[in-house]
Design a protein around this ligand. Structure first.
Ligand code: V4E
Length: 220
């Protein structure tokens, strides 16, 4: 299973030129349609667990197990605080089992629940779509750094960049943080501020109550 280590950045008008100047290679562009699901009481996202249907596939992002994936060396502390780490699960049976495990620990959680490949299982677990948007994504690679850079333009009017590296679960993340830091420096990203992701902006605009709860829980 892989863990995505990622730093978001402000994608200004000069970013295309900068990517070209530093030799980033465009590896494709596509439109991505995402639907995110949670219970009416936000029991998944309040546990930093993000269930989505991307096109026709289910995906789950959740915090990696405590261990090397979360260790930081003293030197990389600043970069570490700017980077998120999420385990990515794409196998539907594993997603269903993880979701049920999380919901079991919630007040009113129902044990057991459905298995299956059809689309009725989220409803049977009381999961509803709370966010839906389409992103136009252009992806680049900086081969010598081993990073992917995505420029995302969401259909609700927000643009953001991401530098990302995939590591195997349990692997040291130090080298991924270094790769991201080098790429960020080459892109001229000197302001070390947390940058809002698409979900921050979507929830602020369309689901403010959900956003406030996630902020209070220090999830966003
Ligand atoms: C909101 C959120 C998650 C949902 C996915 O968010 P994001 O990675 O921004 O989406 P996207 O489209 O870039 O996914 P990709 O194509 O890279 O798989 S997963 C975790 N969160 C919370 C979160 C957070 N707390 N901090 C940061 C910096 N990002 C996300």
């Amino acid at each position: 299973m892989s863990v995505e280590v990622e730093r978001k950045f402000v994608c200004d008008a000069g970013m295309w030129k900068r990517l070209e100047e530093i030799g980033a290679v465009c590896i494709g562009q596509r439109e991505i349609h995402d639907q995110y699901f949670d219970t009416p009481d936000f029991e998944l996202t309040l546990r930093d667990t993000w269930l989505r249907k991307r096109e026709d596939s289910w995906e789950l992002k959740c915090p990696p197990a405590v261990g090397k994936t979360q260790e930081t060396s003293g030197e990389g502390l600043e970069e570490a605080s700017l980077c998120s780490r999420y385990k990515e699960i794409t196998s539907l049976p594993e997603i269903q089992s993880r979701v049920k495990e999380v919901l079991k620990h919630c007040a009113g959680g129902k044990p057991g629940g459905p298995e299956g490949v059809g689309d009725s299982w989220p409803g049977e677990l009381n999961l509803r779509c709370f966010a839906e948007f389409t992103t136009a994504r252009r992806s680049f690679t900086l081969q010598e750094e081993g990073v992917q850079i995505d420029l995302d333009q969401a259909d609700f009017g927000y643009t953001v960049g991401e530098i990302e590296v995939l590591v195997q679960e349990g692997e040291e993340v130090g080298s991924a943080l270094e790769k991201i830091e080098r790429a960020a420096r080459r892109l001229g990203l000197t302001r070390n501020l947390r940058v809002e992701g698409k979900m921050d902006v979507y929830l602020q605009r369309f689901c403010p109550e959900h956003y406030v709860k996630l902020q209070r829980a220090h999830i966003l």
